[in-house]
Design a protein around this ligand. Structure first.
Ligand code: PRX
Length: 635
């Protein structure tokens, strides 16, 4: 028997050792015993980080939806698979059983087929957090289409870039979405995006807010009538282990977003196994991850991981502040949530509102608390531990990335003793290491450097859609034969890992990854702007917020700075989305540059952080005089 469910620390160490000494034997046992295969594999793992190439379970055939749905029908048909909690607390929650999910996914899959979608086609899903989002995702997987879910908070331009990059010929959306007291005209955003997407042939529209929208003849179709007509039986497409399951875009430090490609078998095995252990999920638990399915956290730990385990997974449409700041705790109480997984930014925002909002609610159902997306600061960790966990529900500070597909470093609750701000120990099968800037591995404990992974795990992204060279350059070229995460980390005296933050030009704002380049490109589109540079600075709710240094053409003679700030943020909002707006915008005479013309962000970062005691040697800059001016006018 493989150790599918780890229950104590000694067992963790024992299983961990086995998983790194004999990874192939270990993962083969897990795959054999806990999943449904149409055909077993010929080889467990083939890999080479130099090419780079990683293949798990080559030769195997399967369909992930048979693992997420069909195989549960005999034993869990009437169990709630998806528990949908709507934006408005007065509306009823919807309990979608495994039987119902089976039928709805099949109907949706048949609609996609009727629209001409075939195995390998890319389908863009731009849908808010309503059941159709999860169902559309699974429907794609049912017929072997590659889903590309785009977070429904992205702008028309960002959506168009993603649709075009992966050549989606169909877009699934809704008439609009609810967000607290607001409604958002999602279909209008899609219409705008599609003005620059020639390849899109059809748009399927779910009805959510009953708004009056325009439907383009021949292209746009209401979803419901098509679903009503469709059969609720749809044979699952037989997929090869390494067939792509989905593309999900993430920001890079330069250039356009990277379409990370995840494949079928390895992703399934790893997300299911990590879900079971990292959340210690038991049969009757109600599990809730507050992320949006538009991010990897939602893909792996709202949809695939939980459903593969036959779990009940909550999908929440709304926001933590609506109708007031007790909404999360109201939902925990109402649905007796056992595992609660959220981001530090949400914890900080709720902590700021005071414990009154928590105290009104019975949170005794909670057994495990999770944190993901950015480093959790000590204060937020304690608030979460004391007020939500009441000191008895362990916090799993789980570190991972869009690229890793699943949780990589995390305490296992009730197994690994936790330590505030530490992600603690590598998950089973994960071999992290810390490197110095010269490419040497820092062995032993009490070291700090850059976090890499030495050996492949089943859910590592296999490539960047349409650009394998960029995949190689970004992840496998900094350190030979290692996957470079882009994060800094330290290992303490007992071998616990603490993630210290990004070491590249990616800035994590409210748990969302933002690359500086696309934001600077948006700012530079403003006719009055000569050039700009973005850095992050500490923010008590968002973790990091964005600080923009902007040089105006002709020194901005006669321009009103406040108006310019509004216009610049509007441009960013239009090009990327409101999440990328700048908190501070400083107008500068010039930006500090090296003699080769590279902007010295390190200096700008220090000024934004109000830490100018040691700016280093600035005399070698092309234009050292601008540094004093920037410091004098810092915001
Ligand atoms: O910097 C790390 C941070 O989020 C980055 C990955 O972002 P994304 O691909 O959007 O995926 C987020 C959800 C998995 C990482 O490179 N990060 C994620 N989790 C943590 C974290 N930083 C510190 N502690 C964490 N627990």
């Amino acid at each position: 028997m493989s150790n599918y469910h780890i229950k104590h620390l000694e067992e963790y160490y024992q299983v961990y050792r086995k998983s790194v000494r004999n990874p192939e034997i270990f993962w083969e046992e897990i795959a054999e015993e806990h999943f449904l295969w149409r055909k077993k594999w010929d080889t467990v793992l083939e890999w080479d980080f130099a090419t780079p190439e990683v293949k798990w379970f080559q030769g195997a055939q399967l369909n992930i939806t048979e693992n997420c749905i069909d195989r549960h029908l005999a034993t869990r048909g009437d169990k709630t698979a998806i528990l949908f909690e709507p934006n408005n607390p007065d509306d009823d929650a919807e309990h979608i059983t495994y039987n119902q999910l089976y039928r709805r996914v099949n109907q949706f899959a048949n609609v996609l087929k009727e629209q001409g979608v075939k195995k390998g086609d890319r389908v863009c899903i731009y849908v808010p957090m309503i059941p159709e989002l999860a169902i559309a995702t699974l429907a794609c997987a049912r017929i072997g289409a590659i889903h590309s879910v785009v977070f429904a908070g992205f702008s028309a331009t960002a959506l168009a870039t993603r649709i075009n990059d992966s050549d989606c010929k169909i877009v699934i959306t809704s008439d609009g979405s609810y967000r607290g007291a607001k409604t958002i005209d999602l279909k209008g955003i899609v219409d705008e995006a599609l003005e620059s997407c020639d390849g899109v042939e059809s748009v399927l529209v779910a009805k959510r807010i009953n708004s009056d929208i325009t439907m383009k003849e021949g292209r746009d179709k209401w979803l419901q009538p098509l679903l009503d007509e469709a059969s609720n039986q749809c044979k699952a497409e037989v997929m090869n282990a390494e067939d792509p399951l989905f593309i999900l875009y993430t920001s890079g430090s330069t250039g356009k977003p990277k379409g990370m490609v995840h494949t079928t078998a390895g992703y399934m095995v790893y997300t299911a196994y990590t879900f079971k252990n990292a959340f210690q999920y038991r049969e009757n638990d109600v599990y809730w991850c507050t992320a949006d399915i538009g991010w990897i956290t939602g893909h792996s730990y709202i949809v695939y991981g939980p459903l593969c385990n036959g779990a009940t997974t909550v999908m929440f449409e709304g926001v933590p502040s609506y109708p007031d700041y007790s909404r999360f705790w109201d939902i925990v109480e109402k649905h007796k949530v056992s595992q609660f997984y959220t981001a530090p930014t949400a914890i900080r925002a709720l902590a700021k509102q005071g414990v009154e909002f928590v105290e009104k609610h019975d949170l005794s159902s909670l057994k495990v608390l999770g944190s993901v997306g950015e480093p959790i600061n000590e204060e937020a960790w304690h608030w979460y531990n004391d007020n939500i966990g009441k000191g008895k529900s362990p916090i799993i500070d789980s570190w991972w990335q869009t690229e890793t597909g699943g949780i990589m470093i995390t305490p296992i609750p009730y197994v690994t003793p936790t330590k505030p701000t530490y992600a603690t120990l590598p998950f089973i099968g994960i071999q992290p290491c810390i490197m110095d800037e010269d490419g040497q591995e820092l062995k032993g404990n009490q070291v700090e450097g850059r976090l890499c992974i030495k050996f492949p795990w089943p859910s590592i992204a296999r490539t960047i859609w349409g650009n394998h060279q960029r995949y190689k350059d970004t992840y496998f070229s900094t350190y030979e034969n290692k996957y470079f995460t882009g994060d800094g980390a330290l290992r303490d005296e007992v071998g616990y890992y603490r993630i210290t933050g990004r070491v590249d030009d990616v800035i994590i704002v409210s748990g969302h990854n933002l690359g500086t380049a696309p934001i600077e490109d948006a700012i530079n589109e403003h006719p009055a702007v000569a050039e700009s540079a973005i850095v992050g600075f500490p923010h008590d709710i968002k973790g990091s917020a964005l600080y923009g240094y902007v040089t105006l053409k002709d020194s901005g003679e006669g321009r009103n700075h406040d108006n310019l700030r509004i216009e610049i943020n509007q441009l960013i909002s239009d090009r990327i989305g409101p999440i990328a707006k700048l908190n501070k915008i400083q107008f500068t005479e010039g930006l500090p540059k090296t003699r080769s013309g590279k902007i010295m962000r390190r200096i700008l970062r220090k000024i934004a952080e109000k830490d100018t005691s040691n700016l280093g040697d600035i005399s070698t800059l092309l234009n050292p005089e601008c540094v004093q001016d920037i410091m004098d006018n810092a915001l």
